[in-house]
Design a protein around this ligand. Structure first.
Ligand SMILES: Nc1nc2c(c(=O)[nH]1)N=C([C@H](O)[C@H](O)COP(=O)(O)OP(=O)(O)OP(=O)(O)O)CN2
Length: 164
């Protein structure tokens, strides 16, 4: 019978600092502010004959690179139903309710998410990690993003059972 193991990757160095605002409705949003986000992961994989599963160092490096890609940016939800984002010279012009905001494009990332929340950041990072891990023999992956101690969102993927 196949044996599975669960690896947890919860490193202090897996973090990014970013500015964002959560959108609550068509008319309500937070003011722009920042967090030091922490990223952790759970990986379920088969244990081989020599007592070794997926090399966690591989996933540590991938998570680190994903964190670095978001670090020190303003993160905007490009797929929010409540805001419109246009490129205007060196800036992004964002229209939300009666607000008109401009962000320097080189300091800003437009992410394919519906809100700049921990639930959407974790889903985005999960997709990115799965793309980097294509071909790996994994059964489950969960990525969590915490905006501070005691508050986080997690997104999970599970391999579809075959041949039922
Ligand atoms: N479901 C979600 N709810 C909220 C999110 C989120 O990502 N998903 N995010 C926020 C805020 O952006 C963020 O948490 C700021 O909240 P705030 O309470 O002002 O400050 P802290 O995070 O620092 O929390 P403390 O408990 O005050 O330390 C809100 N909701």
């Amino acid at each position: 019978m196949e044996r599975l193991t669960t690896l947890y990757i919860d490193k202090e160095s897996h973090k990014f600092s970013a500015a964002h605002y959560t959108i609550f409705s068509a008319t309500e949003r937070e003011r722009l502010h920042g967090h030091n986000y922490s990223v952790s992961a759970k990986i379920v994989a088969p244990i081989g004959d020599n007592g070794f599963a997926a090399d966690y160092n591989v996933y540590k490096r991938r998570l680190k690179s994903l964190c670095e890609a978001l670090d020190e940016y303003t993160l905007l939800a490009a797929e929010s139903p409540y805001q419109r984002i246009e490129r205007e010279d060196a800036c992004y012009r964002v229209l939300f309710d009666s607000d008109e905001m401009r962000f320097l494009a080189s300091d800003t990332l437009l992410l394919p998410i519906r809100n700049a929340t921990v639930e959407e950041f974790s889903a985005y990072l999960l997709q990115q990690l799965l793309a980097l891990s294509a071909g790996d023999d994994l059964r489950e992956v969960r990525v969590c993003v915490a905006s501070g101690p005691g508050q986080k969102g997690c997104a999970s993927w599970r391999q579809v059972e075959s041949g039922a």
